[in-house]
Structure formats: C-alpha cells, structure tokens
Design a protein. Structure first.
Length: 328
C-alpha cells in the first residue's frame, strides 16, 4: 500500500504497525525496539517504510513494528530464522549467539566518535562483517548509526569508583558485563523494553545508553543524572534472513537494497544531530547532565581498558589494530 494509506492505517492503530498490505505484495515485517521520533533508528525505519511503500507499491509492502511491539531484541533473530519477521536492526551488542566478531564494537573507548565507527564499517574489515553470519542464516545489509553511550545511575557518577556496588542494566553482551564489573558494578542483562521499569523500581541502579535512548524511553526521569562519558557506542546491523533475501526476484531485491542503501546514507549523516537534540531535550525536560574533566575521564579510560585484553582473542588483534588506526 502507499505511504498515505500507511499513515492512515497507523493513525488508527496507535503506533502499532500499519495494517493490511495489498494482496500479492511481498510483506516485509520490520521489528525494532525504540521509539519512532527523535531517534536515529526510529526515523530511519519510518523513512524506509515510506520509501518502500511509495516506490515499490504493488510489489512490496513494509510494516514497521517499533517499541518492541512485535519482538524484543532477544527474540527477534530467532523469529527471523523461522521466517516470522524479515527485517530487524538490533544493536551490534545483541549478536553474541551468532558471532563474536561484533564484540569489537562493545569494547570501551574503542571509537572516539561515530565518524570513526562509520570509517571502520566502511573499510574492508567492516564490510566483511556484514557476511559474517551467513552460515547461521543471517545476512547483514547495512550498519545504522545511533551514537555514543553515556552512564546514568541513581547517584552522581564522577569517578569510576562511584559505580562500586551498583547494579547496572546491560544489553546481552559479555563485553558489557565485563566493562561494568571493571568499574565495580554488578551487571544484569535485560531487554530494552524492561529498563525503565527496572530503574524505576530499583531492580537496577543504573544503565548506559545513547542520548536518544535515554530521552526516548525517559530513563533520565528515574535516574539522579546522566554523566557524559562517551565511553562506548550503540550502532545497529540491519539484518535479514539469507533464504528470504535469495527468494526475492533479482529486480525486486535490487530495488529494495538500493532504497535501503539510500536511506542508510541519508540517515546515518543525521545520527549525531539527532542525539544532540535528544540531549538538549533532556536538559529542557529538567534532567541533570554531568560533565567530566580530562583527568576524571582518563580515570574511566584506565579502569575500563583492561577489558580489551579479555576479548582480544574473540575479536582478533588485527581488527583492534585496524580500528585504532582509523580512530587515531
Ligand atoms: C538497548 O538495548 O539499550 C539498545 O540496543 C536499544 C536500541 O535498539 O537502541
């Protein structure tokens, strides 16, 4: 169906995915976990939906299910392998069951900004990662950017030792578990959809995330403040099922991939600005943001850096070196 029809269907279903595609159209379900506005992934997914449904009307119909309304990230890849969903864009931290290569992106202080992440992903090493799970049935199609991670808790975090004994929610990544243990925290893996409630009820004391996620899911409202640590990144892999992609007729596949490539390029350029706007919105909404001076930040670097050695075997020292060369 067309974008206008999608918009009408959306307005009647309160943010749940659009209703009926036309008979004969290839239905593509895209499940993700974030909000749709003021969010790099949410905006990109909506743009993809609009363009596919306009330009491939009659052939393909994309339905976006945001906010974990269809699957959370812990379930979506299994669902994809079973053919229940065709597109997802989980963060790179959520592929551990399928590849250890992406652990590179979780290593603290590996990348100084999203431009460095973009450059690494565009290199031969980065592009090869798109194909790293083919044997497991998953095909990476594109990297989508979010931004740098910040730390928040129910007390001020200035020195790493302030995190001592606190419980932190982490994504399902052993690197992130090790990172939180390095600062004396007690990490708990948890789905994104459960974080707000867990912070509110004191199941966990703190979390790490990007400005757009901290704003979009209102984490700042149930935290003492957010410390601008920029200690890591959240980035996404747009992923599909190998067999599903191969099942498309070549011209259909080509048009789909071309639109996806154009959306990726257009929206990745804006990810930084979207996060900056979310940061401003946090302040405007009364949230507290704390800065670190150079000495304070260095002590977070020194406390977290030993994590690299724990995972260099999984990631490959050559990849770490390549990332650091780009990061220089
Ligand atoms: C998280 O679980 O914190 C993030 O991966 C959510 C997201 O998709 O940005």
């Amino acid at each position: 169906m067309t974008a206008a029809a999608t918009a009408m269907a959306l307005s009647t279903t309160a943010g749940v995915a659009s209703a009926a595609c036309d008979t004969g159209e290839i239905v593509v379900k895209f499940a993700h976990v974030t909000n749709t506005d003021k969010h790099p992934k949410g905006i990109a997914a909506s743009l993809l939906e609009q363009r596919i449904n306009d330009e491939m009307n009659g052939t393909m119909c994309l339905e976006v299910y945001p906010n974990s309304t269809l699957y959370n990230d812990n379930k979506v890849l299994e669902a994809m392998l079973q053919g229940d969903v065709q597109l997802a864009a989980p963060s790179l931290s959520k592929f551990e069951k399928f590849t250890k290569q992406f652990r590179l992106f979780d290593l603290p202080f590996m990348f100084k900004n999203i431009a460095a992440v973009d450059a690494f992903q565009g290199s031969a090493d980065g592009q090869a990662m798109l194909d790293s799970m083919q044997r497991r049935g998953l095909q990476g199609l594109a990297f989508w950017h979010n931004g740098m991670k910040q730390m928040s808790a129910n007390k001020p975090l200035i020195a790493p030792s302030d995190a001592n004994g606190l419980k932190f929610r982490v994504q399902s990544s052993d690197v992130l578990v090790a990172q939180m243990e390095a600062i004396g925290g007690s990490p708990q893996k948890m789905a994104f959809s459960e974080v707000y409630g867990a912070l509110q009820q004191g199941v966990v004391d703190g979390q790490e995330n990007t400005w757009s996620n901290i704003y979009g899911k209102k984490f700042f409202e149930v935290q003492d403040g957010v410390t601008e640590t920029n200690h890591g990144i959240i980035d996404y892999l747009v992923v599909t099922n190998v067999d599903w992609l191969e099942s498309l007729d070549a011209p259909v596949r080509e048009q789909f991939l071309t639109i996806l490539g154009e959306v990726t390029e257009a929206r990745n350029k804006e990810a930084f600005a979207v996060n900056e706007a979310a940061k401003e919105s946090i302040v405007a909404a009364g949230g507290t943001i704390r800065q670190l001076d150079a000495t304070q930040r260095q002590s977070w670097v020194e406390t977290m850096m030993p994590v690299w050695d724990m995972f260099s075997g999984d990631v490959g020292q050559d990849k770490i070196d390549a990332a650091q060369a780009i990061n220089a």
